[in-house]
Design a protein around this ligand. Structure first.
Ligand code: DAH
Length: 350
């Protein structure tokens, strides 16, 4: 029969074609060619209408068998090719775990940031709140509310970058004290630490920088005394410079505190024997402090008969220079990678 002949031809062609299929793409083309809508098999199927019922049944059966045959052959080859292609891909993407790893540079924490973070954490662990204030400050907060009225001689020691007659780059972090006291409407006790950048019109040299940092502290409550200030600063000084350090207090002057003091620690290098770090005095000055001046309390809305307080200010640059033996403050700001690299990410005491 002519039609059976055709079936045989298609079948033979299929078996010879499938032998040459080497990829999933080629297999797909083969599937379309032999089983698709425009395939010869499909064409033969449409001829069925012309046949006698008897022949139609037989012919339909043959066509069906052929289709099932093609499908199973194609499926079998698809499985085989899929495995082959996956293996090829895995082979190509094989990772050589013995190759040296790519080095990732993670950088380090800047020594000033490190000092600020660690001192802040010490105070936070004692229940202080961390507060920040603006670097562009008004004369009111930077000076007047801190008992430094216009024309006060102590303003001369803080040559300022004025922006307008009223606005300047803050010369100290002390204005955050006044801001916090004024903003506290209920006039409740205060315990804050305020780190931040400060600016003075200084000529840059080994110990001066026109921009530097300070950490301010303020405690206001009933019955706060010099003993509280002394105890607090002693803990901090020993935490920063070592538990064997002695701490001493010298009278000093700041307009916003009365009495005012400066705090020294015994030299951590020579243990008071005298060396270049302590300039042969055995002591190193680390910060300024004092009891908050009643004028400041009153100007900021606190009743100075009820409340007392202490305040202190320290310079992270100075502390970092002492701790790490750095002798030029400009090292902190020139971003020389060889300098900065010495301060890695290792955590721990300052
Ligand atoms: N603001 C002072 C300065 O820049 C440092 C200072 C001294 C802050 C004594 C204080 C303080 O709060 O009580 O020199």
């Amino acid at each position: 029969m002519e039609k059976q002949e055709k079936i045989r031809n298609i079948s033979e062609k299929f078996y010879s074609d499938i032998k040459n299929v080497g990829s999933l793409n080629e297999l797909n083309e083969l599937r379309i060619l032999y089983l698709g809508k425009k395939s010869e098999l499909q064409n033969l199927g449409s001829l069925m209408r012309e046949l006698e019922p008897e022949q139609r049944k037989e012919f339909g059966k043959s066509l069906n068998e052929l289709r099932l045959n093609f499908e199973s052959q194609i499926e079998e080859l698809r499985n085989k090719l899929e495995i082959e292609e996956l293996n090829k891909k895995l082979d190509k993407e094989k990772i050589d775990v013995t190759l040296p790893a790519t080095k990732i540079s993670i950088g380090g924490v800047h020594p000033i940031t490190k000092v600020i973070d660690e001192i802040s954490e010490l105070f936070i662990s004692m229940g202080y709140d961390l507060v920040e204030g603006p670097e562009i400050e008004s004369d009111l907060y930077n000076f007047e509310l801190l008992n430094l009225p216009k024309g006060h001689p102590a303003r001369d020691t803080q040559d300022s970058f004025y922006i307008t007659e009223e606005m300047l780059l803050r010369t100290q972090t002390s204005p955050v004290q006044a801001r916090t006291m004024l903003e506290n409407e209920e006039k409740t006790p205060i315990r804050i630490i305020c780190p931040g950048k400060t600016y003075r019109k200084d000529d840059d040299d080994a110990t001066h920088s026109h921009q530097f940092t300070q950490i301010e502290g303020l405690v206001v409550d009933e019955d706060i005394s010099m003993a509280d200030l002394k105890g607090t600063l002693e803990i901090i000084a020993k935490k920063i410079f070592g538990s064997n350090r002695e701490v001493r207090f010298r009278p000093s002057y700041f307009p916003f505190t009365e009495p005012s003091i400066e705090v020294d620690v015994s030299c951590f290098k020579c243990g008071k024997e005298g060396c270049s770090i302590c300039k042969n005095t055995g002591w190193i000055e680390i910060l300024g402090a004092g009891m908050v001046h009643p004028n400041v309390l009153e100007m900021c809305g606190y009743d100075s008969n009820k409340y007392t307080g202490f305040a202190f200010g320290m310079g992270p640059e100075r502390i970092a220079m002492l701790k790490y033996g750095i002798n030029d403050i400009r090292n902190f700001y020139t971003n020389d990678i060889r300098f900065l690299k010495q301060f890695d990410r290792t955590e721990g005491d300052l």
